[in-house]
Design a protein around this ligand. Structure first.
Ligand SMILES: [Zn+2]
Length: 278
């Protein structure tokens, strides 16, 4: 499932190649991808509009239009946003096609159709997209400061892994990056947040920033079983730098002594080294 680094990579592609272009017309195939509103609302809201910017909050892509509305795209499990020359052969499961004025097309492709494309009025965001209104700090797009992070950790008796996955606390971290961040911070996924001393808190804060920014630099992670690709269809390479995720049974490359273990925490598969993560 695409997480912050993958969605950020798609956002950068849209900023480079699509922002400033006018959408001439729109086609919607499967209605499930526009379930939040309707096929007509997406077509009416996008046709003739110019995309003014490409923003992101957590795993949500947000594209303001010159009409004052915004497009929200969420990739969920298997969504892709692709940009291609007009008339190019489209992959199976292309559910939305935006025809741009410069003879290019933006496609929303999603085999499993959990993803979504919505046009909404930002003044009605609480109604249409209530989860956006309640979202926590985005550690890349916004100021992610140590002091409020430390205060939050001290106040909760929750295990670190589910806390990092909670989009109301920090936006954009999913299962892969939570495991990699905790490994780099040398903290066990089931460690209780309020038990961290100030040095451990600092390590965790630094790891959130460094793991996510390195993953963005690598274009995200493309796993063997997932379909994540960037706007031009290329995969990322950060999966080669994963130290724990999907490496159960391998020797820990960080400490050289432990073995990577897989467990289930809060219903999610979790990978860690019991020697160097405490
Ligand atoms: Zn280790």
């Amino acid at each position: 499932m695409p997480e912050l680094p993958e969605v950020e990579t798609v956002r950068r592609g849209l900023a480079d190649r699509v922002v400033g272009r006018r959408v001439e017309r729109v086609e919607v195939g499967r209605e499930r991808v526009v379930r939040r509103t309707s096929r007509e609302e997406l077509i009416d809201g996008l046709s003739g509009a110019t995309i003014m910017a490409a923003n992101r909050r957590g795993k949500y892509l947000l594209l303001p239009l010159d009409s004052g509305d915004e497009v929200m795209i969420h990739l969920r499990m298997s969504g892709q946003v692709l940009h291609a020359a007009a008339g190019s052969a489209r992959p199976a499961h292309t559910h939305v096609v935006m025809y741009l004025e410069d003879d290019t097309e933006v496609w929303f492709v999603d085999p499993r159709t959990f993803g979504e494309v919505v046009v909404f009025d930002p003044e009605r965001v609480g109604e249409v997209l209530p989860e956006l209104a309640g979202m926590g700090v985005d550690p890349v797009a916004e100021q992610f400061e140590l002091r409020p992070f430390r205060a939050m950790l001290r106040s909760v008796r929750r295990a670190l892994k589910p806390l990092l996955l909670d989009q109301h606390v920090i936006a954009g971290i999913g299962n892969i990056y939570a495991d990699e961040i905790l490994h780099r911070a040398r903290l066990r996924p089931d460690r209780v947040a309020s038990s961290l001393d100030s040095r451990a808190t600092r390590r965790l804060h630094e790891s959130v920033g460094s793991v996510l920014s390195e993953a963005i630099d690598a274009g995200g992670s493309t796993l063997s079983d997932a379909q994540y690709v960037d706007l031009m269809g290329a995969g990322g390479s950060f999966q080669n730098d994963h130290r724990v995720y999907a490496r159960a049974g391998e020797r820990c490359v960080s400490c050289g002594r432990g073995w990577i273990r897989r467990t289930v925490l809060g219903g999610r598969s979790t990978h860690f080294c019991s020697v160097c993560q405490r």
